[in-house]
Design a protein around this ligand. Structure first.
Ligand code: C2E
Ligand code: CA
Ligand code: CA
Length: 436
């Protein structure tokens, strides 16, 4: 973005549109808000053109600039009482509006977007750009301008999810969640490099004789200065920002290291399963990466099992299947996690190299296992046995559930009734006792 300095007051304006740059906009906005008195409210609007990138890529930069200039001109000539105009970056313009009455604003902005979208509808047919706006109503005119801009940006980002409207209002809950996520993200790199992540292991028992026969590795985040954070809070974030690869390989590395050390001191070992995010399978080096960890620690691959949640087979099952076969050739076992929670269940038996089925804990959620759940569990166990696959039932919390599973010859169980996930050292002690 090229900028020019306004000689009259030192504020910086964007050369393309003549609007203030972000910093100057904030200063000018502050001046305006200071002038507003009493209970009067104002609002801030932020624009977003969906598919603007495509206009840039499929047409020319010049064409994209023309679109921006047109939007700037239309915004400036609007009738929703804009009093100061800025451009933060690309297609994101900011407008301070004098009138903060939500209903009126919503109607006017919707009309504006409709009008603009109608105007450009035939100009970039391959890109199909569409204007939308995020809105934040400023009730406290003394609120910090940085925060006001962050809030309207948060409203603008909501446009991605609300497809039926071109106007999205600020939502406090969303904003707070985004702030919380950002705090976590900021801390993440530090955490990964300073061993704040811990690998917990949850034992799996053979139901028949309650023998310890396996375990699942589960990630925990234990910040130096705070309470433990559970995976549900950070895994989705890591999947979004790509750090999940580092995380999942970190867990695999710790597990392989433990097995390597135990084998080295002639201690008993059992297979440990490690969760694999769908993002990992998209990496071209995935198979080599897995293979090099196993080689590095010189451990027999039979001690490693990888878990993939059933839901990932909803997209591109053929690609996943071919990766699974390649990993299987390394001697590693595959386990299908959360089995029964998606739609694709039975097909999975056909073409995938699956060794273990993990029945989703949802089947045991009710206080008493329902008749339907019982039938599904029993039939899955029967089917798996005939197809030479093992079944682990997850989330076993009561003796009654354990007894039922024993009665139908289910192979293994994992759940609070048997043992909770525990730190590695504690698990190793348990394994030592169980093997003695
Ligand atoms: P999951 O793979 O289905 O793991 C089982 C979850 O159920 C674990 O939660 C475990 O603590 C919990 N659980 C075990 N027994 C019981 C029980 O009897 N009752 C109930 N109510 N819960 C039980 P956790 O550790 O919070 O993990 C949640 C999810 O986060 C995991 O679900 C898994 O999808 C994901 N996750 C955990 N660690 C990793 C990791 O290292 N990488 C990846 N990609 N995902 C992970
Ligand atoms: Ca799992
Ligand atoms: Ca599961």
């Amino acid at each position: 973005m090229d900028n020019v300095i306004d000689r009259s007051n030192g504020f910086i304006r964007d050369e393309l549109t003549g609007f203030y740059d972000l910093d100057s906009f904030k200063l000018v906005m502050k001046e305006h808000l200071d002038k507003i008195e009493g209970v009067e409210t104002a609002a801030i609007v932020s624009t977003d053109i969906a598919h603007f990138e495509r206009v840039n890529n499929l047409y020319t930069r010049k064409a994209a600039n023309k679109l921006l200039r047109l939007l700037a001109k239309e915004l400036f000539q609007n009738n929703f009482n804009g009093i100061c105009y800025g451009r933060s970056v690309a297609d994101h313009f900011l407008i301070l509006v004098e009138d903060g009455r939500r209903d009126i604003l919503e109607k006017r902005l919707q009309m504006f977007c409709d009008g603009f979208n109608y105007m450009i509808r035939d100009r970039y047919p391959d890109a199909a750009p569409r204007l939308g706006v995020g809105v934040y109503i400023i009730e406290d005119v003394e609120e910090c301008c940085n925060e006001i801009v962050e809030k309207v940006n948060s409203a603008r980002k909501k446009l991605r999810y609300v497809k039926q409207s071109n106007v999205a209002f600020y939502d406090e809950k969303r904003f707070k969640k985004a702030m919380h996520d950002r705090e976590i993200e900021k801390h993440m790199v530090y955490a990964l490099t300073h061993d704040e992540f811990k690998v917990y292991l949850q034992p799996k028992f053979r139901i028949e004789d309650k023998k310890l026969v396996g375990a699942e590795a589960l990630a925990r985040w234990v910040p130096d200065d705070g309470d433990m954070i559970y995976p549900d809070e950070f895994i989705p974030l890591f999947e979004e920002n790509g750090m999940i690869q580092q995380m999942d390989f970190y867990v695999l590395d710790k597990v392989c290291k433990m097995i390597h050390n135990r084998l080295g001191s002639k201690k008993a070992c059992i297979p440990i399963s490690v969760n694999q995010s769908r993002v990992l399978l998209k990496s071209e080096t995935y198979i080599d990466d897995i293979s090099s960890v196993i080689k590095h620690y010189e451990i027999p691959s039979e001690f490693i099992e990888l878990e993939l949640t059933e839901r990932i087979f909803e997209d591109a099952p053929e690609e996943i299947s071919s990766i699974m076969w390649d990993v299987k050739k390394l001697g590693i076992h595959w386990s299908i996690d959360d089995f029964g929670s998606g739609y694709s269940s039975l097909n999975l038996f056909k073409s995938l190299p699956v060794d273990v089925i993990k029945l989703d804990k949802g089947f045991l959620d009710e206080a008493q296992i329902s008749r339907t759940s019982k039938v599904i569990i029993r039939k899955t166990v029967e089917l798996s046995r005939e197809l030479d696959k093992k079944v682990v039932c997850e989330g076993v919390e009561t003796e009654e559930q354990a007894d039922y599973l024993k009665g139908i010859n289910c192979d293994m169980a994992q759940g609070y009734f048997y043992a909770r996930p525990m730190p590695m050292e504690q698990f190793e002690r348990l394994l030592d006792i169980s093997a003695s």
